[in-house]
Design a protein. Structure first.
Length: 137
């Protein structure tokens, strides 16, 4: 799901309205729940609201979080790894900051179907390497 946002970040200037046609329909449907909204999106909006205390993100607002010139986003994309049968980890670089805003990541994670979002948890690059290449032992 982050692909369209990251592609925009490297391909067009963030001025005015950004194109949302590359975002999946289920993602844009999250801003206004209706009978046709997929169940995982409805549950994701409920879980996000309960966890964060805020309502749905508008697609334009969410896309603007990926503006490469923005000084408000406190992270840069690193990786996504699977750490269990039903568990994944989103890795971002926070430039050493221990506290950073990441609700745009929580939002996309919940409406993509996550039942629970934990963190952020600070980790070292060596932890990421271990996640990718666990030692047998």
């Amino acid at each position: 799901m982050l692909g369209p946002a990251l592609e925009l970040a490297v391909s067009i200037p963030f001025e005015g309205d950004l194109p949302v046609d590359t975002l999946p329909d289920w993602f844009t449907a999250a801003q206004g729940i209706s009978a046709s909204t997929p169940e995982h999106v409805r549950r994701g909006v409920e879980r996000y609201t309960a966890a964060v205390g805020a309502g749905p993100w508008r697609p334009q607002e969410w896309l603007y979080q990926f503006d490469p010139e923005s000084e408000f986003r406190g992270w840069a994309w690193w990786d996504l790894t699977q750490s269990g049968e039903r568990e994944a980890r989103i890795w971002v670089d926070t430039w050493g900051e221990s506290f950073f805003a990441c609700d745009e990541l929580r939002w996309v994670t919940y409406i993509s179907g996550a039942e629970e979002v934990v963190g952020p948890i600070l980790a070292r690059a060596a932890d990421w390497v271990t996640e990718l290449f666990p030692t047998s032992g």
